[in-house]
Design a protein around this ligand. Structure first.
Ligand SMILES: [Zn+2]
Length: 594
């Protein structure tokens, strides 16, 4: 048993999430956490919505609402979507809480004290006609990297690179089109070169990472530059230093505050649990395993910047120092990065309607149908295309015709002929072989899940489903009307395999796993589910919804002998077969007019 931190990337709260967002790390981190809990580990799974920064401010300006109002709206939408998918967060919170502000400022101060945050004079934009500071979001121009002609002052939405307004070619004010004047202004920088040795040592000691992630991360160390962590912006966490605290025109940069969310959410969880120090079991004590889940565009923040913040705060960067008030903090064990999902051969794009939102998906299909698709065909280690034809095929041919059929025919045959789980008589070699296969699968599937090889893991579990289906077809218990004892034995063996397969599939398909558990006559919680709870801000701010749950109950990762005599009711189908017409319907929705 060990303490396992599952730190999941924070969705940005400027709109609803599409299935590409949840395929790379949302669902996979839940599969991992569910498995680790079933295997007896003490898991803390945290995340929340990322709510600061220019894009939210810009969109709020456009809609005539405050950034907080906009963030409130999408925080709720995202919480509901993740709940619908059954993602078992211990805490899914947000970055606009009093707790988060305090933890971000504590890290900033600790890093500053240890000399890793340094002031630097840079060129900031002012409006020539008014003489006032021009915030980043009001400046646009051509991206110096990709040539996109409406890149923002802090980021290019086309290539995703972070920018400085002065880097833009032909910068202009979005307010009146004038060319900004650049004057000297002071900002704070994270001194990344002062972590080169400590980061190199840490990366050299990593084992079991996906090779491309480790290689990419090590390459980043060759060119470490000081990185700005404050901006000319009013929406964000105030800079906690004398002379800066009360300024309303400068804020901590959104990426700096968002990565600290893993720590602040853990602390918030502990404060809400009644033991405010409980977070330390996942952050200060050893041995702890800490896994960070994200898309590949976010690797740098998790394999370089976040570890640098942790090292610097702990006084373990190349310049030394003392740990701050929170003490020494653990570095990630592994950065688990996924690749991208595309949609019918194209990049997801909300503006071009190449998109399917989680909410719309869940209105028409079951959560486990999507979870199954993500597990067998998601972007685990290479870019992957989502097509409706493939979704239909996976759902109908594999989930319904494979697993659903095994559940349905074995339970209904037993219910009809015995009304209960029949006892097993003497076992043949075939009976024993199937029981052995399903029992042995726990070690194999479990070790793949532990190594984040979920595609292979579900493949193994579905292979056992296939063997059980073959066993039933070969034995043909429906032909054994005059040998009820043998028929009972075959069905007993088949139901034991169903029970085992159901446990093996529980991390992937928690909603249907609970139903199958009940069809087998089981009572109580088999696969625990998260709930949405409206809570008060612990430090006096407005209330907000969180995702949380008690995941201590539920199945363990082991084969549990089924009980002969337990009553069975005729089953209802667990999975829905989809009509092939959905493919055309969905394509029409996706791309009207084409
Ligand atoms: Zn660009």
């Amino acid at each position: 048993m060990s303490h396992v931190l599952a730190a999941v990337a924070w969705p940005y709260a400027n709109g609803p999430r599409h299935i590409g967002h949840v395929s790379g790390f949302g669902v996979p981190s839940d599969v991992f956490s569910r498995y680790m809990r079933m295997a007896g580990h003490d898991v803390l799974m945290v995340s929340g919505t990322d709510e600061h920064g220019t894009p939210i401010q810009v969109q709020a300006d456009k809609e005539g609402v405050t950034p907080r109002e906009l963030a409130d709206r999408y925080n709720r939408v995202i919480v509901e979507d993740l709940h619908g998918l059954g993602l078992s967060y211990d805490l899914f919170t947000r970055t606009t809480t009093g707790n988060h502000y305090a933890v971000v400022q504590e890290l900033f101060e600790g890093l500053h004290r240890n000399g890793y945050i340094v002031p630097k004079v840079t060129m900031g934009a002012i409006s020539p006609s008014t003489g006032r500071t021009l915030p980043d979001r009001y400046i646009e121009g051509t991206c110096p990297i990709c040539g996109y002609d409406s890149a923002r002052g802090d980021q290019c939405d086309n290539c995703g690179n972070q920018l400085d307004p002065i880097d833009l070619i032909n910068p202009r004010s979005k307010i009146n089109g004038e060319t900004p004047r650049f004057v000297e202004t002071e900002h704070f920088f994270l001194d990344l070169p002062a972590f080169a040795q400590a980061l190199g040592k840490w990366l050299d000691s990593r084992e079991g990472w996906r090779p491309n992630v480790l290689r990419f991360s090590k390459n980043l160390l060759d060119d470490l530059q000081p990185r700005a962590i404050t901006r000319d912006l009013e929406w964000g966490v105030p800079i906690p230093l004398e002379g800066w605290r009360d300024r309303t025109d400068k804020r901590i940069y959104v990426w700096f505050d968002a990565v600290i969310g893993y720590l602040s959410a853990s602390i918030e969880w502990a404060r809400r649990s009644g033991d405010p120090e409980a977070w330390r079991k996942w952050w200060s004590e050893e041995p702890v395993r800490a896994y960070y889940f994200m898309g590949k565009d976010n690797i740098v923040f998790h394999s370089v910047i976040w570890p640098a913040l942790l090292l610097g705060y702990s006084g373990e960067g190349d310049r030394g120092g003392e740990p701050g008030r929170l003490g020494r903090l653990n570095l990630p064990t592994e950065v688990v990065s996924s690749e991208f999902l595309t949609m019918e051969g194209r990049k997801f794009s909300s503006s071009r309607q190449v998109v399917i939102y989680v909410r719309d998906f869940l209105e028409r299909y079951d959560a486990d149908a999507l979870r199954y698709f993500i597990a067998v065909a998601g972007p685990e280690s290479q870019d992957t295309d989502f097509t409706w034809a493939e979704f239909l095929r996976r759902n109908n041919d594999e989930l319904v015709a494979g697993w659903g059929n095994l559940v349905n025919r074995s339970i209904s045959m037993a219910a009809k002929n015995f009304g209960a789980i029949p006892p097993a008589g003497e076992l043949t070699a075939e009976d024993q072989a199937l029981l052995e296969t399903s029992r042995k699968a726990f070690a194999g599937v479990g070790s793949l899940l532990e190594k984040h090889r979920q595609k292979q893991a579900i493949g193994e579990a579905m292979r056992v489903v296939g063997e059980a289906n073959k066993y039933l077809s070969d034995q043909a218990p429906w032909k054994m009307k005059d040998d009820p004892e043998r028929m009972g034995t075959v069905l007993h063996v088949a139901l034991q395999a169903v029970s085992d397969c159901n446990t093996l599939l529980t991390p992937f398909l928690p909603h249907s796993a609970q139903k199958v558990h009940e069809l087998l006559g089981g009572a109580g919680v088999h696969a625990p589910m998260p709930s949405i709870v409206q809570v008060e801000d612990l430090d006096g701010g407005p209330s907000y919804p969180i995702l949380t749950g008690d995941y201590t109950a539920g199945a363990r990762w082991e084969s549990v002998p089924i009980e002969a005599g337990r009553a069975l009711a005729p089953p209802k189908p667990v999975f829905r077969k989809l009509d092939p017409s959905i493919v055309d319907e969905e394509l029409a929705r996706l791309d009207p007019g084409e």
